[in-house]
Design a binder for this molecule. Structure first.
Ligand SMILES: Nc1nc2c(ncn2[C@@H]2O[C@H](COP(=O)(O)OP(=O)(O)O)[C@@H](O)[C@H]2O)c(=O)[nH]1
Ligand SMILES: Nc1ncnc2c1ncn2[C@@H]1O[C@H](COP(=O)(O)OP(=O)(O)O)[C@@H](O)[C@H]1O
Length: 236
């Protein structure tokens, strides 16, 4: 576990204008990048956070789109500056989420998805207790290895390392709010979509969006009160 990021600004505000924060983790090769890409295509209201990493760029990866690729010195400098809301070291490389872009997106009201490991997910949960966390599991370890090989991006040594780490990542499944099995791709994608949709339909979010409608029917609902009545509602 890395030390907590140096910056310690308060957790996010839960105002109506603030976007929802989704965190997706999975062992390497489980299919999270493919699933998330398909989810984003389906759901333009969802933005993807672009992490910083010291890892070498894979063929087909675009700097600034898949990752911001930086060297170790730059990454350490960003840690020292408190630029990361979370960061972790995975497979001898460092990965981190910049706080400024995360806050900018959420403050603009857009929903944001982070594709990060369990160490980062823990740090995010501490800072944003309301974050929705989703863990993706492969159907089996054999399928996981097959997918890593099928991706054709990593050497045997790298695949061996990722398989060795897979159990470690998998052991954190119970720290997440949702569990999705990525056996059949379309089914897993449907599950992810359903989670996003259900979270958007939760009463506190809807109360913010549907304030005028509810007020017109009920004749006055203080907007600063969750649900417009004392005590909020179940599920807050
Ligand atoms: N904590 C943290 N983990 C990240 C971040 N970006 C990527 N990761 C995780 O780092 C691990 C390795 O990612 P990557 O090198 O792209 O390999 P892949 O998962 O096999 O595609 C995965 O578990 C990612 O979820 C980040 O910003 N923070
Ligand atoms: N449900 C699935 N069935 C078969 N192959 C899959 C499935 N989901 C993803 N894959 C493939 O597995 C490989 C690893 O997926 P990827 O999205 O890169 O995983 P991760 O981001 O978790 O490392 C890719 O070649 C991808 O096309």
């Amino acid at each position: 576990m890395p030390a907590a990021p140096a910056s310690s600004s308060p957790a996010s505000k839960s105002s109506a204008a603030t976007g929802l924060l989704f965190v997706v983790s999975a062992p390497s090769g489980a299919g999270k990048t493919s699933l998330v890409a398909a989810l984003l295509e389906r759901d333009p209201a969802l933005a993807l956070s672009v992490s910083y990493t010291t890892r070498a760029r894979r063929s087909g990866e675009v700097d600034g789109r898949h990752y911001h690729f930086v060297d170790h010195a730059r990454f350490e400098q960003m840690i020292a500056e408190g630029a990361f809301i979370e960061y972790a070291r995975v497979f001898d490389n460092a990965y981190g989420t910049a706080e400024s872009s995360l806050r900018k997106t959420l403050d603009s009201g857009q929903d944001l998805l982070l594709e990060i490991d369990w160490q980062g997910a823990r740090q995010v949960r501490e800072r944003f207790p309301e974050a929705v966390s989703i863990f993706i599991v492969p159907p089996s370890l054999a399928a996981l290895e097959e997918r890593l090989r099928g991706r054709g991006q990593d050497s045997d040594a790298v695949i061996g390392e990722r398989m060795a780490k897979a159990r470690d990542e998998l052991s954190h499944w119970d720290e997440y709010g949702y569990l999705v099995v990525n056996d059949h791709f379309e089914q897993a994608l449907g599950d992810l979509s359903a989670i996003v949709k259900a979270e958007r339909l939760r009463t506190p979010r809807q109360a913010a969006r549907e304030q005028d409608r509810l007020r017109s029917m009920l004749g006055g609902m203080p907007s600063d009160m969750p649900g417009g009545r004392p005590g909020g509602r179940p599920g807050d």
